[in-house]
Design a protein around this ligand. Sequence first.
Ligand code: AHG
Ligand code: MN
Ligand code: MN
Ligand code: MN
Length: 336
Amino acid sequence: MKYKTLTQYLVEQQREHKAVSADVRLLIETVSRACKAISHAVSKGALGGVLGSLGTENVQGEVQKKLDVLSNEILLEANEWGGNLAAMASEEMQTIHRIPNHYPKGQNLLLFDPLDGSSNIDVNVSIGTIFSVLQAPAEAAGREIAEADFLQPGTRQVAAGYAVYGPQTMLVLTVGAGVMGFTLDREMGSWLLTHENIRLPEQTAEFAINMSNMRHWEAPVRRYIDECLQGETGPLGKNYNMRWIASMVADVHRILTRGGVFMYPRDARASGRKGKLRLMYEANPMSFLVEQAGGRAVDGAGRILDIQPEALHQRVGVILGSREEVERLQRYHQEA
Ligand code: AHG
Ligand code: MN
Ligand code: MN
Ligand code: MN
């Protein structure tokens, strides 16, 4: 079987379908190259001295793992010199990272969660990298990029994707023309298109949520999970299964593959806490992918991609996956 490479796919998208500009194509190539380097570091584990924590805390108030910081550095270095970016933003950086003056600048903005699923690094469970691409606003031309230039709704993303470092390393990508899955061929060093046009099953009987937070959930989520747990004699009429990997990348990858619903809802912990996941580099790129695969993504009653961001590290409730289940959860929120 001969597979198309990522490069071939992107060139076709640029040339024949105009789904991607030359600039964004090069940017995706660079990000995917950085993901190869991260994958390599991840797979070395203890042998590469990459396990364990650093003493530092990030802007989220989380203790940084060595791989959080290493992956962030790999992405920064890979993307600084390409000439197609104005600035970058990351879970692991307090504020935006502008392209240094000695490099040419472009019009794109890159956002990333360099290493998703940090709590799974040291226990050898799948982890990943998530990224999102926006364009700098036209009025920013000729002046320095500011944090506010990043605060655009997810509908403005021109590309998004993730790499998952699991039994196989895969890159799952959208440029707004469906969702494509590429498997890393380590011998050749290339990404091969093994999963063309990924579609998310509309129905499911599998949910993913951290049940230990149940007492903090909002009422509509409690109602839904309670109905799931009642099984086929309950109002949903099905026996549900549960999975929770605690790496969003791995949970979303499973859901894109065989359906399901993923929830990290808003909850009542800490004052004003909106949920755990971050809008700009977790919720938005994953919502773009899920919608492109025929699924839905909401924060409760509303669509995630329509949210006007107020801060770079803003948190948001996330409910995404198979269309029928997410619509049901959305209805429960509207009724509440
Ligand atoms: P990160 O490792 O990038 O900080 O993200 C972790 C997130 C996400 O990947 C996962 O779905 C969730 O945190 C798991 O949270 P719990 O440990 O609360 O289950
Ligand atoms: Mn983190
Ligand atoms: Mn994450
Ligand atoms: Mn992370």
